[in-house]
Design a protein around this ligand. Structure first.
Ligand code: PRP
Ligand code: MN
Ligand code: MG
Length: 181
């Protein structure tokens, strides 16, 4: 079988670049939450990789929880109509919460999630994303920590999938056209 890493036509960010950026962001996050107890909320499935890596770059005391959500509607585009497939195990009232995402594209998923989480009365609520697409810039959701901005291309790796695959690539890049055909 073909090695999946050979199916990237272009590497946009290597794992080394990702880890270096995470070190920088972790220092900012440690500074911000100094002396506080932090709850990281990962959005399944894409955020698994960034959660695992970011959390290990942090020195702050933290706990992790996970939400699985599905946005559905016409075609492959996120509709903003979001269904909770798996809710948090934790009560976040009074907690300092940082939502961890792999990517923000339209921003619709996060707009829903932030509204939903805010209604649970956390002490604070911020967002960290490893990647951000151009459309996200017009989203009303404020993102405190961004790893890298991506061009408007279909990218996979480091949690980002095509039909559920390629999440386990350590680098992030664009897929070879023959994969689609
Ligand atoms: C992807 C990604 C974000 C969301 C961003 O998740 O991981 O959670 O889409 O899109 P948006 O900003 O346009 O709403 P997806 O729904 O594909 O599920 P997955 O994490 O399991 O891949
Ligand atoms: Mn996701
Ligand atoms: Mg996906």
């Amino acid at each position: 079988a073909t090695q999946i890493s050979s199916e990237l036509t272009k590497v946009l960010y290597t794992n080394d670049q990702i880890q270096e950026r995470l070190t920088e962001l972790a220092a900012q996050i440690d500074e911000k939450y100094r002396g506080k107890d932090l709850l990281l909320i990962g959005v399944l499935n894409g955020a698994v990789m960034v959660m695992a890596d970011l959390s290990r770059h942090l020195a702050t005391h933290l706990q992790m929880d996970w939400m699985a959500i599905s946005s559905y509607g016409s075609g492959t585009q996120s509709s903003g109509v979001v269904r909770i497939l798996k809710d948090l195990n934790t009560d976040i009232e009074g907690r300092h919460v940082l939502v961890v995402e792999d990517i923000i594209d339209t921003g619709l998923t996060l707009a829903y999630l932030i509204q939903n989480l805010n209604s649970r009365k956390p002490a604070s609520l911020e967002i960290m994303t490893m990647f951000r697409k151009p459309d996200a810039l017009s989203s009303p959701v404020d993102v405190a920590y961004v790893g890298f901005d991506l061009p408007n291309e279909f990218v996979v790796g480091y949690g980002l999938d095509y039909a559920g695959r390629y999440r386990n690539l350590t680098d992030v890049g664009t897929l070879a056209p023959h994969v689609y055909s």
